[in-house]
Design a protein around this ligand. Structure first.
Ligand SMILES: C[S@@+](CC[C@H](N)C(=O)[O-])C[C@H]1O[C@@H](n2cnc3c(N)ncnc32)[C@H](O)[C@@H]1O
Length: 209
């Protein structure tokens, strides 16, 4: 693992059909994501002093949006194809202060207290161990840092793709999980991002002292 954007040497190339599927998935995640990214930059009230990590960044739309307003942004994702596309788009758009690193929410490849904002958009429902992910988010946040977890608000009986997100009850559970992980000032809000309705659970790491 490096922080320089170099893929790990042991990365194995998938079967061409699987690779084509991964390319299509990654490209599809560049479409229509701008409004959610802007909602996050607004809600986080980013300043030029902030350092942001986007957990489960996909091809990095929100990391790039953050980088336009903050000191630096890091996109973390377990999927090599997402990271490749993210790096390519970032280079093509000449955005210098974004780095992409392979990792998961459960094992963030970042130093303790190294960022001021952690956020995740449509990735929490993919995390395999939420408690571990929240512990990692807390570890990498500086005291007083903010956490914002956004998911599509879904209906309780939704199935298939329509179920990819959180119901209001599940969002309330996520808020409780944040409190259990030691975050303070936890609250939940609902926001429209073009055609999507997002539920955003946010909080902050208590300031030191
Ligand atoms: C629906 S996509 C969202 C991508 C991006 N945040 C966006 O809104 O466009 C979910 C992302 O979560 C990533 N992911 C899956 N498991 C994860 C984990 N355990 N930790 C962090 N990210 C994960 C996937 O690789 C994928 O890129």
């Amino acid at each position: 693992m490096t922080h320089s954007g170099t893929p790990p040497a042991a990365e194995v190339r998938p079967h061409p059909a699987k690779m084509a599927y991964e390319v299509l998935t990654a490209v599809s995640m560049t479409v229509g994501r701008g409004s959610a990214a802007r909602a996050m930059t607004d809600l986080a009230a980013l300043t030029s002093a902030d350092r942001v990590v986007d957990i489960g960044c996909g091809p990095g739309t929100a990391a790039r949006a953050a980088a336009r307003r903050c000191a630096c942004a890091t996109g973390v994702d377990p999927a090599p194809m997402m990271l490749r596309l993210g790096r390519w788009l970032t280079t093509a758009r000449h955005i210098p202060n974004v780095t992409f690193v392979r990792g998961t929410s459960e094992a963030l490849p970042l130093l303790d207290a190294s960022v001021t904002v952690t956020w995740a958009i449509s990735s929490v429902h993919h995390w395999t161990d939420r408690a571990a992910g929240l512990a990692e988010a807390s570890r990498v946040l500086a005291p007083g840092g903010r956490i914002l977890l956004a998911e599509r608000l879904v209906k309780p009986r939704a199935r298939g793709h329509a179920a990819h997100g959180l119901t209001r009850d599940q969002a309330d559970q996520l808020a409780n999980d944040l409190k259990a992980a030691g975050f303070g000032d936890v609250h939940t809000e609902v926001r429209k991002a073009r055609r999507r309705t997002l539920v955003i659970v946010r909080g902050s790491r208590p300031a030191a002292g």
